[in-house]
Design a protein around this ligand. Structure first.
Ligand code: G6P
Length: 372
């Protein structure tokens, strides 16, 4: 097992450092002989895919946060309404699904019982099903009408990292594929987005070389009792994933919030010394969202929060209100989660290590939950 860790102390650390490859390999070989995007297995006709009126993404845990990121991108690119639902909630409701609904499951293992049951339920209701999965030949892709495999390689650590980045990457590919199939404006630009995606692995690699400060922050925060995470737009699911990593790995109470929701409740939690990570949208994001999040940082700082700010290189607006600034390379706003989540993974890893906990096998958790 030591050799399999490739010189790292834990599988999780290795898997975090594998992420440039997880993204690059998931992007590889996605175009057919005519340069069109393609899925790995397709037992749905292209006409049926053109007739899709709604997409429902079902997943659990980290995969469900990948699904939330996917919603922003897929709706923007395809103009098809996208819902995201936890698989176990979807399964026992009476969801409005018909043959024009595309149910997309996301699962690293392909064996999560809750997700499998949701896929079966969707099929019973007549939906078409697509599986985004990291495990070849596992149950969920076998039972789905179409498959897009993530190529993250085997993920051993219980807490998911590289599979998450690969899932987000695959969902972008699915969105662009559907956009090109349906002839939306973004379908025409699919090649351009794919080209930008191809630059992301190098950016993750660069980001990973400067995580020393994040490690130091994790060590001096080892006694924290509660950590909050704020994000907006695609940074919102990243905030929730950052909180989940901290719960899973360091057993610290953590919560992720939509930054816009702050004034509707969470701001009451801010007291002097409360650590808050803030994922700042790229200054290029639409609708002035960047400035709104900078105002949120200012508001919580004024109430004594310790602000740990994840911001793009060159974004100087955050500096006056940040106790720490963690820099990520520039990308277009929809692709940013592939970068902004990385410091949060590294933070949880080191905080767990600082507390002397089992990074790869946190208490009470299983890698794949094959029971309901
Ligand atoms: C378990 C794991 C999580 C994972 C979730 C979904 O709870 O501990 O890390 O996100 O299952 O797993 P899946 O294999 O379906 O992606």
């Amino acid at each position: 097992a030591e050799a399999e860790k490739g010189g790292y102390a834990t599988f999780m650390e290795k898997e975090i450092n594998d992420q440039p490859h997880a993204v690059a390999d998931t992007l590889l070989g996605r175009t057919d002989s005519e340069g069109r995007l393609a899925l790995d297995e397709l037992h749905i006709s292209e006409d049926e895919l053109r007739a899709v009126t709604k997409i429902v993404i079902v997943a659990c845990g980290t995969a469900a946060y990948a699904g939330m990121v996917a919603k922003y991108a897929i709706e923007h690119w395809t103009r098809i309404p996208v819902e995201v639902e936890l698989a176990h909630e979807f399964r026992y409701r009476d969801p409005v699904i018909d043959e024009h609904t595309l149910v997309v499951s996301i699962s690293q293992s392909g064996e999560t019982m809750d997700t499998l049951m949701a896929v079966r339920h969707a099929k019973e209701l007549g939906a078409r099903t697509v599986s985004i999965c990291n495990t070849h030949g596992s149950t969920i892709p076998r039972e789905s009408d179409a498959v897009l495999y993530t190529h993250a390689g085997p993920e051993i650590a219980v807490a998911s990292t590289k599979a998450f980045l690969a899932q987000i990457t695959a969902s972008y590919i699915l969105g662009l594929y559907l956009a090109s199939l349906r002839g939306t404006a973004y379908g025409e630009d699919a090649a351009q987005v794919m080209a930008e995606l191809a630059t992301v692995p190098g950016k993750i690699e660069e980001l990973l070389t400067r995580m020393d400060r994040v490690k130091e922050i994790a060590y001096y925060m080892a006694d924290s009792r509660s950590v909050l995470f704020l994000g907006r737009h695609v940074g919102y699911p990243v905030a929730m994933e950052g909180a989940l990593k901290l719960k899973e790995l360091a057993y610290i109470h953590a919560e992720g919030f939509a930054a816009g929701e702050l004034k509707h409740g969470p701001i009451a939690l801010i007291e002097p010394g409360q650590p808050v990570f803030v994922i700042v949208p790229s200054p290029g994001v639409e609708h002035g969202l960047h400035d709104k999040v900078v105002s949120n940082i200012q508001e919580i700082r004024a109430r004594g929060a310790r602000t740990l700010v994840i911001a793009e290189e060159g974004d100087e607006d955050v500096v006056p209100f940040a106790d720490e600034v963690i820099r990520v390379p520039h990308t277009s706003p929809l692709l940013a989660p592939l970068l902004t989540v990385v410091p949060l993974q590294v933070f949880a890893l080191h905080l767990s290590t600082a507390k002397g906990l089992d990074v790869d096998q946190p208490r009470n958790l299983a890698k794949s939950v094959t029971v309901e």
